[in-house]
Every structure is written in C-alpha cells, then in structure tokens.
Ligand binder design. Structure first.
Ligand SMILES: Cc1cc2nc3c(=O)[nH]c(=O)nc-3n(C[C@H](O)[C@H](O)[C@H](O)COP(=O)(O)O)c2cc1C
Length: 324
C-alpha cells in the first residue's frame, strides 16, 4: 500500500495515543513489528510558538520510520505553518491532522472532532496544509459530531478532493467518546465512497478482530490503540497472520521483558524522576487481568526509582511463573 509518496511496509498502524505513544513506546512497538507508528497529537499553535514541550513530542529516530506525526488545531494558516515546520525538521514521513479527538480541552478550542461541525473551515485547513507540505498527508476522523455518520463521509470526500492521501476512521461520534461499540459498517461505507486508502480503527482487541475488520469493511490497513498498551506485540501478530496465516502467542515472559525494556527507554528519554512518575501509570497496563495485578499496581505507585520498578517486575514475574 502507498500513502502519497510513502510505501507502507505492512498493514498495521499504531494509533496516536496522547501521553502514551511517546518515542520510547513507539520504539518498543516498532521493534516488536508494525508498519507505521504515530506520534501523540502535537499542538500546531505550540509548534508555531516554538514551545519546548512540543519539541520534545517530536523527538524521533531513524529506527521508527516511517513515522506519522499528528497535529491538532483550528486555524488554517497556523496549521499550514506547523506542517511546513514539521517537514523542515525532517522527522515525519506522514503528516496527519486530528479531526477526531473528543476530549473537552481540545474540542473547546474548536479543534479535534469539533472541526467536523464546520466543513468550510475543515476544507480551508486541508487546502492550506496541502499547499504547505509535500509530505504524505492523512487525516484521522470520527463518525462525526452527531449520529448521522454523514459527516465522516462528507469530510473524507472533501479531503480526497483537496489532495489528502489516506483517511483513518474511528467510527464513533464525538459525543460517544469511547462508549458503545465502534460502527465498523461505516468503515465499509467509507471505503465504497472514496478511492484513497482507508485505515480502519476502533475496538480491535485481538488478531481475529483485525482480520474481521478487514474482511467486513475492505479497509486497506488497521490502526490499533488500546490493545497495544497491554500487548505491544499485537500489531506484529496481525502482520504475521495476514502474511503467513499464523502468529506466535505471547507469553508472560515476553511481556515482562518488554516492561523492563520500556523502563530503560523511559529513563534514558525522560530522565529518572519523570520516568518513574510516568511508569507508575503506564506499567500496570501490561499486566491487566493477570493474577495479583492490583497488588503490583499498588506497589508500583510507591517506587522511588526505576531500579525499584525493575526489582518489582522481577519479583512479580517470579511469583506468576512459579504459581500460575
Ligand atoms: C489514552 C488515549 C489517548 C488518545 N490520544 C489520541 C491522540 O492523540 N490522537 C488521536 O487521533 N486519537 C487519540 N486517541 C484515540 C485513538 O487513537 C483511537 O482512535 C481509539 O483509541 C480507538 O482505537 P482502539 O479501540 O484501537 O483503542 C486516544 C485514545 C486513548 C485511549
């Protein structure tokens, strides 16, 4: 599959996840195996004002390529300048615009899913950004602001007219947030209506779900978010199944090795103290549903240093593999 000038080496995308898909986590998932990783959303305004935090969000390395960088915002000229800045920095292969975030803080600014209420401004953003960059250009959308679903298809058609190279659809409305089920049939309908690639997203929790979504909708690739937070191998498992009809099961040991790796990557990337603080919320995802995970989470909330996190992991793994 090609997205604009970029050849995509597979059919799986790691979803942009604010606070999660930082460079260490992307590196971890990429090493497990996946086609494309995406940054968390980056404020176009932040880039415009050259904020340090925004710069940190754009740290990257060669090993994670091709990289998709997602921006959010509301004003066409600022979005266009952000796109040009990102291209000049040389970090991105794909530039993605967030039309789907339903979090209050973002929607209140008129960005994310709020853009789906204003097709004229959406078109102006797409035109301005397309003019500003030669990077592969994608958008990530929801079903729409309300329940009609027509907004997704209408916006995707506008995007195609304005030179966007692919569309990712998470088929829930903004007001749904993450409740209810993703309406995969809307992905199928969208695929019939546009000729640029469609990436299907929403509620893929297993390899079987990914294959079902592709079968039911005809989407060109799948994007996986929350399931990768507990199983970073899932995208690789999907790739394996699509290529060879089988995939390797992931054992407890595989997950624990990835947890250890993430601790080291976090410490190197963020520094010891911030890494420690962030990992307290991050590591429990990997052991969700395992026996004793609540105690592990509690003990983790008190770790003073990453060395203590590593020791806790070793102890928990020992207990699990001995008794399970
Ligand atoms: C913690 C969290 C952070 C997210 N951050 C972003 C984001 O920065 N940009 C974006 O387009 N979507 C974001 N999303 C939405 C996901 O990319 C994805 O569309 C959604 O989780 C549905 O896919 P899934 O069922 O595979 O998780 C976020 C979702 C979660 C749970």
């Amino acid at each position: 599959m090609k997205i604009g000038p970029v050849t995509i080496p597979g059919r799986t995308f790691l979803a942009p996840l604010a606070g999660i898909t930082n460079l260490p986590f992307r590196q971890l998932v990429k090493e497990c195996g996946c086609a494309v990783v995406c940054t968390e959303m980056v404020s176009a305004k932040g880039l415009f004002y050259n904020s340090e935090k925004t710069g940190t969000l754009l740290r990257s390395n060669q090993a994670e390529k091709p990289l998709s960088v997602q921006i959010f915002g509301t004003e066409p000229d600022i979005m266009a300048r952000a796109a040009a800045t990102i291209e000049a920095m040389g970090v991105a292969d794909i530039l993605d615009i967030n039309f789907g975030c339903s979090v209050k803080k973002i929607v209140k600014q008129g960005a994310g899913a709020a853009l789906m209420q204003d097709m004229a401004n959406s078109r102006a953003i797409l035109q301005a950004v397309r003019k500003a960059t030669t990077l592969a250009f994608t958008i990530k959308i929801r079903s729409g602001w309300d329940r009609s679903g027509a907004q997704a298809i209408h916006l995707a058609q506008i995007a195609q007219q304005e030179g966007v190279d692919a569309v990712t659809l998470h088929p829930r409305t903004a007001s749904q947030g993450f409740t209810g089920a993703a309406d995969w049939d809307l992905i199928r309908q969208l695929k019939e209506k546009i000729s640029i690639p469609v990436i299907g997203n929403g509620d893929i929790q297993s390899v079987a779900d990914a294959v079902d979504m592709m079968d039911q909708t005809g989407c060109d690739a799948v994007m996986i978010g929350r399931a990768a937070m507990t199983n970073p191998f899932i995208l690789h498992q999907v790739e394996s199944f699509l290529d060879h009809g089988s995939f390797q099961a992931v054992g407890i040991t595989d997950i624990f090795r990835k947890m250890e790796q993430l601790i080291c990557l976090y410490a190197a990337h963020f520094g010891e103290e911030p890494a420690c603080r962030m990992l307290r919320g991050r590591l429990p995802w990997f052991v969700k549903g395992m026996p004793g995970c609540a105690t592990f989470r509690r003990d983790l909330s008190q770790i003073p240093a990453t060395a203590a996190a590593l020791a806790l992991i070793q102890d928990y793994e020992y207990r699990l593999t001995r008794y399970v």
